[in-house]
Design a protein around this ligand. Structure first.
Ligand code: SF4
Length: 364
């Protein structure tokens, strides 16, 4: 069966392999582009949030490439993510396509449904549970390695001597990881990528500003949705870290880690209940970034996203209490790179002035 899935950062490299390893043909939609956005905007409700629109466009492009089934994740709590799958399916059907959407909700909340969907996929792909277990482990290892490589790239970029080199090497790393199919090869590929990134000529005497990035998961992870904010900041000489990567989000959802508890605890003085999406994470992660000595925080909020609007209303108080400056960037299909760049430059200038004051002018 020809199966596609949403494009979300570098995770496509791992999902592609997983689908193939369970006996299906992966259909990789093109990387999100202005065409994806145009298609998505054209066929989505006007006030849908930007992740919905980009996914809509991605699904239509995957259908053009022959996808018979699209596998995606669901959502819960007071936000629209839980309805995404149903609405996307309805639009696809109304456009006359027979492609089905299969939604996987949180494993811990819908265990029975989760297992029966996997069982169906395995039966269709003539794959055993044991083969699935091995494929899943391999895909997971690849996903974690991809996140580690990406994190390293954000640490190296602000120190690079030749502007743009890290981004070039990072894309080369994605290809290297894509070629690695076995456990051994994945480990070797990861080591090779670490070496390539560490070998980039760097000026280690620089003391880059540190900015934490928080916000809604899709716009946080997918560079097309956030206009490649981490690479842009990196090339401006800023070290960035973000609250969520797909591998740590998966670990939280399968109760493999308990970082979320720390985030919720940090948010508690400001927000005592879950508000859907990643609203509570935006508040809690901002507190945690301030405790870790970061110079500032940027909140990425899809236009009309209620959880992030609520968080935005709370963040000025967090900023006053902790002293960490926070910039909120609302993203929709109208947001342009040039406008964002100007706002980032102004924010970085402000943070530099504060850093200079603190360090008595000794900033490179
Ligand atoms: S969290 Fe925000 S952007 Fe994401 S689905 Fe919910 S409302 Fe939309």
């Amino acid at each position: 069966m020809k199966i596609s899935f949403p494009i979300m950062g570098n995770s496509y490299v791992a999902f592609k392999q997983l689908i193939e390893d369970i006996g299906h043909e992966p259909v990789l939609a093109p990387m999100p582009s202005s065409r994806t956005m145009t298609l998505g905007t054209m066929y989505s409700p006007e006030f849908a949030c930007i992740p919905f629109k980009i996914l809509m466009g991605t699904y239509l492009e995957a259908i053009e490439k022959g996808a018979e089934l699209i596998i995606t994740s669901g959502g819960h709590g007071p936000c629209r993510a839980g309805y995404y799958g149903i609405l996307h399916q309805k639009i696809i059907r109304d456009l006359g396509y027979s492609t089905k959407i299969m939604v996987f909700d949180s494993f811990t909340r819908t265990m029975g449904d989760f297992i029966s969907k996997i069982h169906w996929l395995l039966t269709k792909g003539k794959t055993s549970w044991w083969q699935f277990y091995k494929a899943f482990k391999l895909g997971w290892e690849k996903l974690v390695a991809l996140d580690e490589i990406e994190i390293l790239s954000h640490h190296v970029r602000p120190l690079e001597i030749n502007k743009g080199e890290t981004t070039k090497v990072y894309h080369q790393c994605l290809e290297i990881m894509d070629q690695a199919r076995t456990r051994e090869r994945i480990r070797e590929a990861k080591e090779a990528c670490f070496q390539l990134l560490n070998n980039i000529p760097q000026d280690k005497s620089r003391r880059p500003l540190k900015i934490g990035i928080v916000g809604e998961i899709y716009v946080l992870i997918e560079p097309f949705a956030n206009l490649d904010i981490q690479a842009t900041l990196g090339e401006m000489g800023v070290f960035t870290e973000r609250g969520t990567h797909l591998s740590n989000w998966t670990k939280e959802n399968t109760k493999m880690t308990h970082h979320e508890e720390e985030v919720i605890k940090a948010a508690r003085p400001y927000l005592r209940q879950m508000i859907g999406g990643h609203g509570i994470n935006s508040v809690g992660e901002t507190v945690l970034f301030s405790r870790r000595g970061f110079d500032g925080v940027i909140q990425l909020a899809p236009f009309s996203c209620i959880p992030e609007i609520v968080a935005k209303g709370i963040l000025p108080q967090v900023s006053r209490d902790t002293g960490i400056p926070v910039l909120t960037v609302f993203l929709d299909e109208q947001t342009g790179k040039a406008g964002l760049q100007t706002r980032l430059e102004a924010f970085v200038d402000l943070l530099k002035q504060r850093q200079e004051k603190r360090l008595g002018g000794a900033v490179s």
